[in-house]
Design a binder for this molecule. Structure first.
Ligand SMILES: Cc1cc2nc3c(=O)[nH]c(=O)nc-3n(C[C@H](O)[C@H](O)[C@H](O)COP(=O)(O)OP(=O)(O)OC[C@H]3O[C@@H](n4cnc5c(N)ncnc54)[C@H](O)[C@@H]3O)c2cc1C
Length: 427
């Protein structure tokens, strides 16, 4: 393997401090790697698997928001706020977009940053699938900001609806029965705090409909787990409509190609994940049909040895990993070992994904899950064990970012305090 060029550049630049990127920056710095710089368009980190709780009305403090600058200071890496606009893979530089205020005045001009190794960890976004009216009338849940917008609009529309003359239910239509749609439906149905602006006596019925294009609910999910979620959603009052190909979204309805119409005071579009929009603008690196950067098993881009990609924005050509925080975290742990080897000009080991299974915390109705056992494929776990295991998933991420001492205090808070976890959770 050839040694990386441009030795005056920052040794390692990571763009995107999400589930994978933040863990990678912390682990590299904690292991003593000098010259790690994390770049994110936001100033704070919220673990994405919890953003539907923000959409249902929790505040960022409840979902453990962390400032990147504080993390950087604690572990000894550098943080820079910036938005990736382009990559010059020949010159080993990235271009960050100019930062502007609300009036369009430039606060920070466009700038270039040189790297010896670049890690792309920008996550993904929901595709509109070219369906008429989605971008104008539907909400998507791709970031903490999106979640807050959903919560604010839900509160306001609910209040307006309650004060209106019509005496009918408030309809929320969620398109897509992947984990995002299902989790959001469960939270809105069971513990939406966005309802608090409306006096309880004036609250209308809130009717949630999950709409799926495939003939089965949660296609691709383990049958037992799927059935169990379906039953619990129905019990919580969520309607599930399968085999419905959506052709149009308008201000007050979602319409199928065959002419069926679902009244919608609010529509949430949750139809899976594609790579970030900027991946379509960057000519230097190839992407797949879902706009994810194509990488080898070493997580290096097909087009440049010095560019690595992990998590939802990447696609391993020979052995794709699922778009989950679990996979992003495993890839971060892998790169934390491999990047110093790359800088030293050593041969890199391939990444291999280890599936830990699926966990569901179903709140009052009890928790179930399927986790990978040592001797068999899936072990079904229920009740307290599943709930504890699920909570562990959230806390593992926090332990990795905060270190054992601070992370343990948070866990102790969970054990001693009122548990603030979700009622129903998938993965
Ligand atoms: C509602 C919901 C629930 C989920 N629940 C689970 C779960 O329970 N378990 C699980 O394993 N997975 C879950 N997932 C999936 C999981 O969140 C993602 O797979 C995971 O976050 C991907 O990690 P990542 O590091 O690739 O990207 P992300 O965590 O999405 O982070 C991307 C980062 O890149 C930054 N960024 C984006 N564009 C730019 C740019 N141009 N310039 C600079 N910075 C940029 C963003 O600000 C962000 O910090 C859930 C997803 C959602 C939406």
């Amino acid at each position: 393997m050839s040694r990386p060029k441009n030795k005056t550049a920052a040794p390692i630049i990571i763009v995107g401090g999400g589930a994978g990127g933040a863990e990678l920056a912390v682990k590299l710095a904690a292991d003593g790697q000098a010259g790690v710089r994390l770049i994110d368009r936001e100033a704070t980190h919220v673990w994405k698997p919890r953003i539907h709780e923000l959409a249902a009305g929790l505040r960022r403090g409840h979902v453990d928001e962390l400032g990147y600058a504080g993390l950087a200071q604690r572990w000894g890496f550098a943080f820079e706020r910036g938005t990736l606009a382009d990559i010059d893979a020949d010159a080993n530089t990235i271009r960050l977009a100019a930062e502007r205020d609300d009036d369009g005045q430039t606060l920070v001009p466009e700038r270039s940053v040189a790297y010896r190794a670049l890690v792309l960890a920008l996550g993904g976004v929901t595709p509109d699938l070219g369906v008429d009216g989605v971008l104008e009338h539907a909400f998507m849940l791709d970031s903490a900001r999106d979640a807050e917008v959903i919560s604010e609009r839900f509160s306001a529309r609910l209040l307006a609806h309650a004060r209106g003359v019509e005496d009918r239910a408030f309809d929320i239509v969620i398109v897509g029965t992947g984990a995002t749609g299902v989790e959001l439906a469960a939270h809105l149905a069971t513990d939406a705090r966005s309802t608090t602006l409306t006096p309880p006596a004036a609250l209308p019925d809130i009717r949630i409909t999950l709409v799926e294009a495939a003939d089965t609910f949660m296609p691709g999910m383990n049958d037992k787990v799927r059935q169990s979620i379906g039953e619990r959603l129905k019990k919580a009052g969520v309607r599930i409509e399968t085999g419905q190909q959506i052709g149009k979204v308008s201000a007050d309805a979602v319409e199928t190609e065959e002419g069926a119409r679902f009244t919608a005071d609010m529509t949430i579009w949750a139809t899976g994940r594609v790579g970030p929009p900027v991946a379509g603008d960057i000519q230097a690196l190839s992407t797949n049909k879902k706009r994810q950067w194509r990488v080898r098993k070493t997580l290096q881009s097909l087009d440049s040895d010095a560019v690595f990609a992990l998590g939802d924005c990447s696609y391993i050509d020979d052995e794709p990993a699922p778009p989950t925080a679990q996979a992003a975290s495993e890839q971060a742990a892998h790169l934390a070992k491999q990047l110093p080897r790359y800088l030293a000009g050593e041969t890199l080991e391939p990444f291999s994904f280890t599936d830990q299974g699926t966990l569901l915390s179903l709140g009052e109705a009890g928790s179930v899950g399927a986790v990978r056992g040592w001797f068999s494929d899936d072990i079904q776990v229920r009740g307290r064990l599943a709930r504890t295991a699920y909570r562990g998933l959230q806390r593992q991420h926090q332990l990795r970012l905060l270190g054992r001492f601070r992370g343990s205090i948070e866990i102790l808070g969970d054990v001693l305090g009122e548990a603030a976890g979700p009622d129903m959770k998938v993965y």
